[in-house]
Every structure is written in structure tokens, then in C-alpha cells.
Write a protein that binds this ligand. Sequence first.
Ligand code: RIB
Length: 310
Amino acid sequence: MQKTIHVFGSLNMDLVCRAPRLPQPGETVLGTDFATLPGGKGANQAVAAARLGAATAMVGRVGDDAFGRQLLQELQGAGVDASGVAAAAGVPTGVAAIAVDDSGQNTIVVVPGANGKVGEKDVSRLAAQLLPGDTLLLQLEVPLGAVVAAAKAARARGATVILDPAPAPDDLPPECFKAVDILTPNQTEASQLTGLVVNDVATAQAAANRLVQRGVSVAIVKLGDRGVVVADRQCTFHQPALPVKAVDTVAAGDAFNGGLAVALAEGMSLEEAVQFASAVAAASVMVPGAQASMPERSRVEALRIGLKHL
Ligand code: RIB
């Protein structure tokens, strides 16, 4: 039977402005384009996994409003089982104000709205769906207590737990490190969680090793166009990024995590899974938008064999 990838986390409507460059604090720059696009780290990861062909289910909350209804439709349209997404009364759907520059870099401000109401009831809905051998994808745009409870529930049921600690937390509780199998911080998050300055492959290796010492089985530090550094209890390795032209890096990390979950669920080794996830992330940065950029499997396979124009 096909294993399910469960996503417990956020859904946001992304309000995306494009501009030649990102503004400095206090500065106004003239933009060139605006779009309202489905996003949220949780929903993005769910769409990534579903588009790659995995059975995928999401648990989370939207507001009882037009953005919420649109986000649910998008998830369902991508093939995600969204029956676990509830409408929270009296709060708006989460939104993210995003600026993207000509080099594809971005800044994001998230206002959680309904995501901030995710709690015990949602964890119970998730727990009722989890089976041994399933995978749970987590991020930190819903309350940390619910994230830790979801991780523990998944661990107790024999599911693999992958946590993207984004947005960067001050720290994570010790019980969280013990309930998570794979932790996937970016450079900023890895610095925050280890107290080390992470700015290259060598410092990412040191941070990844330290995160393994804190209790996770595998730490993967994402360095953007410099690739990822992976550490487990046996070894560390660096996987370079595929050399593609980025037009929009929003949700590249979500694409990576969705791809990683799918590859591991299909039985790939950690090294193969990281290569596959890197190709998924590379394919995503070639297309604007968050969920809109999540690639079909054929595009990922084409990139992996060198057909970079696809
Ligand atoms: O990771 C990208 C996502 O971060 C965006 O879609 C935005 O909604 C924020 O959650």
C-alpha cells in the first residue's frame, strides 16, 4: 500500500510584489508586478509532495473567508486530501507579504491569522490519520506546542518526522529534537539553533553535527545556491545545488522538503533522496510563485538528466 505524506502546518495567501531590488529599511522602491498566489510553508510542502505523485494529506486551519476557500480549492486541485483543514471562525486566513527582486531573492512577512489557532483538536485529527511507515512534514508557522505534540504523535505511531524549523525559532525544546527524525534548517535557522555562525559549507557541517548531537537522526542545512550539507551519526556530506537560473526562490525550501519526503517514502537512500530533493528545489526556483512553482515529476527527472530548459 502507498504510504501517505501528512503535512501539519500553515496555509497563507501570498501577496507578492516584484521589484528590481529589495528596499532597505525606511526606503520605498517602485515595483513592477503584483500577484495574489497560494502559499504557506505547510501547504507548499503538501503541493510539492502531491505533484511528485505521493498520496498527500494536510491538516491545518484557514479563516472562514474568500482567501481560505481559494487556498482549499488550490490544495484539492493539486491532489492533496484537504479534509483535515478546518475553517477557524472569527480570524482571517494567514497572509504573507512577499517582495521578490530581479535576482529571485525575497523577503517575507507572515501574519499567521488562522494558522495561529492550530492546536490540540488539529493534532487529534492528524493522529487519527497516521499509520506506521507514513511521513509527517512540519514547519513553524503554527504554534510550537502543536508542532511538538504532532511530532510526538507521529513518532508514537511509527511515522518519520521531518521538521523545517522556519521561520527561525530562538531555540527548540529538547523534547522536539528527540521527536524529530530529520531537521532541515537554512543558514539563518542553523545559526539560531546552534549558536554557530553558519555562512559556508564548513560551518554548515559543524552546525549539522551539533544538531545531530542534540538528538535528531539527520540534520540537513540548506545553503541556497551553494547546496545542502547533510549529517547523521555516521557521516557528513555536501550536495551541491544544480546550476539553474533562479527567477524566484520563494518556497525553494518547501520544494526541497516535499521532494525529500517523497524520495525517502519511495525507499531511496538518504544520499539519493537529497539529490532528488535538490533537483525538486532547483526546478522550483525556475518558476515564479510558491505552489505554482512546485514541479511535476517529469520536470525533475529532466533536470536530473541535464535537460535544463524543461
Ligand atoms: O516558504 C515560502 C512561504 O513562506 C510562502 O509561501 C509564504 O506564505 C511563507 O509562509
